[in-house]
Design a protein around this ligand. Structure first.
Ligand SMILES: C[S@@+](CC[C@H](N)C(=O)[O-])C[C@H]1O[C@@H](n2cnc3c(N)ncnc32)[C@H](O)[C@@H]1O
Length: 229
């Protein structure tokens, strides 16, 4: 099923000029309305990939796992990062409710990311696809399934947990899902999320992570970064 079939979905402009989606049925947006790209960059690039790379400066490839592909905002920023750093990326992402290509064409159409969005959203599921960049090698594997039953690849370096907020979707923030993620991460691997909820922090700690509360993106006090020691 595609997300739009389950109800009206709206494209909303956020405070930094980038877009997000609003789901009226859930009263939830895909990103912060104070800046979708700003939030993604802060949480997943600066406190995720940049942090990991500073600890692994000689790595030539980073293996990323994303919970919730959605619009592909994080993926677009990771493609930029791949191009800027020259570090290869293997990007494995899980999505239960894929967005239609028509919606994504309108969403990304005039942003400079249209070509990459087309390559990402029109590509086949359940196989590795390379998206050509000016520099760096970016491969993506889109896994169409519920995170509850997802196959999680081994030897992950960085996990982006970008589910809907725990107040809206509490079944995807607990130890039962974090345990296999912890096992799949390499030692030193990290898990980043925009949520700073106490229950999320405790669930991460309960499966073995060391967890740090970091400054959040604009208008959000904190976010979490967890690491496998
Ligand atoms: C907060 S949105 C973030 C999406 C995305 N990272 C982006 O930047 O657009 C959460 C995403 O998780 C997906 N999702 C929700 N429940 C899921 C589940 N049980 N399994 C897999 N994906 C799920 C949603 O469809 C949505 O795309």
């Amino acid at each position: 099923m595609i997300q739009e079939e389950s109800g009206e979905i709206r494209v909303v402009e956020t405070e930094d000029g980038s877009r997000t989606l609003y789901l009226p049925g859930m009263d939830e947006t895909y990103h912060s309305t104070h800046g979708a790209m700003t939030e993604s960059r802060h949480v997943y690039i600066t406190n995720g990939l940049d942090f990991w790379r500073a600890e692994n400066p000689d790595a030539t490839v980073v293996r990323v796992f994303e919970m919730g592909l959605g619009t592909g905002t994080n993926a677009m920023l990771v493609m930029d990062w791949c191009e800027q750093t020259g570090c290869g990326v293997e990007y494995y992402t899980v999505e239960k409710f894929p967005l239609s290509q028509t919606l994504m064409q309108g969403y990304w159409g005039d942003t400079g990311y249209a070509e990459r969005s087309e390559a990402l959203h029109a590509s086949a599921w359940e196989q590795w696809i390379e998206i050509p960049l000016l520099q760096g090698e970016f491969k993506v594997f889109k896994h169409h399934c519920d995170i509850q039953t997802a196959e999680i690849p081994a030897a992950l370096d960085v996990v982006f947990w970008d589910a809907f907020g725990p107040k809206k979707q509490d079944g995807v923030w607990g130890a039962a899902l974090f345990e296999p993620i912890f096992s799949a991460l390499s030692v030193g691997g990290i898990f980043v999320t925009y949520s700073a909820a106490g229950d999320v922090k405790r669930s991460l700690q309960s499966v073995g992570f060391g967890v740090k509360k970091l400054d959040g993106p604009p208008y959000k006090r904190h976010m979490l970064r967890a690491q496998k020691a």
